[in-house]
Design a protein around this ligand. Structure first.
Ligand SMILES: [Zn+2]
Length: 377
């Protein structure tokens, strides 16, 4: 049983016309699916109430977010990460974030109640939000809220973060939690936001050796990325055997992303998603919840999430994109829309330092496995 969660109201979470975290990314994806005749019925979630967020966020923080989003003046809001360039204050922000959090939480409930085995939440993935801090375009941590819903019922969860940025918020919230394993593949914090996600961040107390970080080299390509999945993610799932796998499917490891430097192609994303579905079947009793996330090249992101959606429903991937859809969005965005679903072959001439990057990433996996497996016995 596969279910999709989405609401047009997700677009209330709009941080401004020039802001990279645009609701147009999901709208463009759904519109493409519609024009391909592939759009399935989706479930529209209810928004969570502010009190429900106290599971994850401090009461004081939630109250300030709600007030400031309603137009009230709140002192010291910058101490909570709001009113910054990354997290500007906009009118629909709090309500939009609560509807999206409601969607991800609903995904957890559908799995817990056996109403679905696989859930695709066409929004969310706010992995940088902390208990009392907005950060990296994120205000309320929908992922942590959903994971908490599962652990409250005694479930063990693996959280796999495929966004190009470290999943710092989710990791920190469950840092001492023995029921949650977090695994983040990201471009090394030496080069990009948020500057964390180092190998030595392994968790503490009951959570020790359950927080796995793979800070990848810039210009890591698809083969090396998949090798890291095989070398670290697969053994971790095989050992931990969670009741569910929660995946943040940010599209920003794509080579054209303006905010990061990994060089995955759409073909690589297809291979990764196919592997994720296999892994869920093999190691998590099939329970899988996927959210969206980052992805700031809108023409790549809409194609990547369309691939994710089509694979989710076992639908065929078309080669060519519909002309009317390309025309409509080309005019709307004022830019050329690619003709094909997949990237053209060899989109970049060559990857600098490729053998060295492959070697460094292998070494990273080896050092991480050495560090954690001693505790896994
Ligand atoms: Zn990201």
């Amino acid at each position: 049983m596969r279910k999709v969660i989405y609401s047009p109201k997700y677009s209330l979470y709009n941080l401004g016309k020039e802001h990279p975290f645009s609701p147009l990314r999901a709208e463009m994806t759904l519109d493409l699916l519609q024009s391909l005749g592939a759009l399935q019925d989706y479930i529209e979630p209810e928004e969570v109430q502010p009190e429900e967020l106290f599971e994850i966020h401090d009461k004081e923080y939630v109250e300030k977010v709600e007030k400031v989003s309603a137009g009230e003046t709140v002192e010291d809001i910058e101490n909570f990460g709001l009113g910054t360039q990354d997290n500007p204050i906009t009118p629909g922000m709090a309500q939009g974030a609560r509807i999206i959090a409601g969607g991800t939480k609903l995904g957890a409930k559908l799995l817990l109640e056996g109403e679905a085995k696989k859930v695709l939440q066409m929004g969310g993935g706010f992995h940088h939000a902390h208990p009392r801090l907005a950060s990296g375009f994120c205000v309320y941590n929908d992922l942590a809220l959903a994971i908490k819903e599962m652990t409250k019922q005694g479930w063990h969860v693996v959280y796999l973060d495929l966004d190009v940025h470290h999943g710092d918020g989710v990791q920190d919230i469950f840092y001492s939690d023995g029921k949650v394993m977090t695994i983040s593949l990201h471009e090394s914090g030496e080069y990009i936001f948020p500057g964390t996600g180092w190998l030595y961040e392994l968790g503490q107390g009951m959570g020790r050796s359950l927080k796995l970080n793979l800070p990848l080299e810039p210009f890591t390509e698809g083969d090396s990325y998949l090798e890291v999945i095989e070398g670290a993610v697969v053994p971790a799932l095989r050992w931990f055997r969670p009741d569910a796998l929660v995946v943040q499917a940010g599209a920003d490891p794509h080579y054209s992303d303006p905010l990061a430097d990994l060089v995955l192609t759409t073909q690589d994303f297809e291979r990764i998603y196919r592997r994720v579905f296999e892994l869920a079947d093999e190691f998590t009793k099939g329970n899988l919840l996927i959210t969206l996330g980052g992805g700031y090249s809108i023409t790549a992101t809409s194609r990547i999430w369309t691939i994710l959606y089509l694979l989710f429903f076992n639908l065929p991937l078309p080669e060519v994109l519909p002309h009317e859809w390309r025309k409509k969005w080309g005019e709307k965005l004022g830019r050329e829309i690619p003709e094909f679903l997949h990237d053209l072959p060899n989109p970049f001439d060559e990857i600098p330092r490729k053998p060295e990057i492959v070697r460094l990433n292998r070494d990273l996996v080896r050092r991480l496995m050495d560090a954690v497996t001693a505790d896994w016995l």
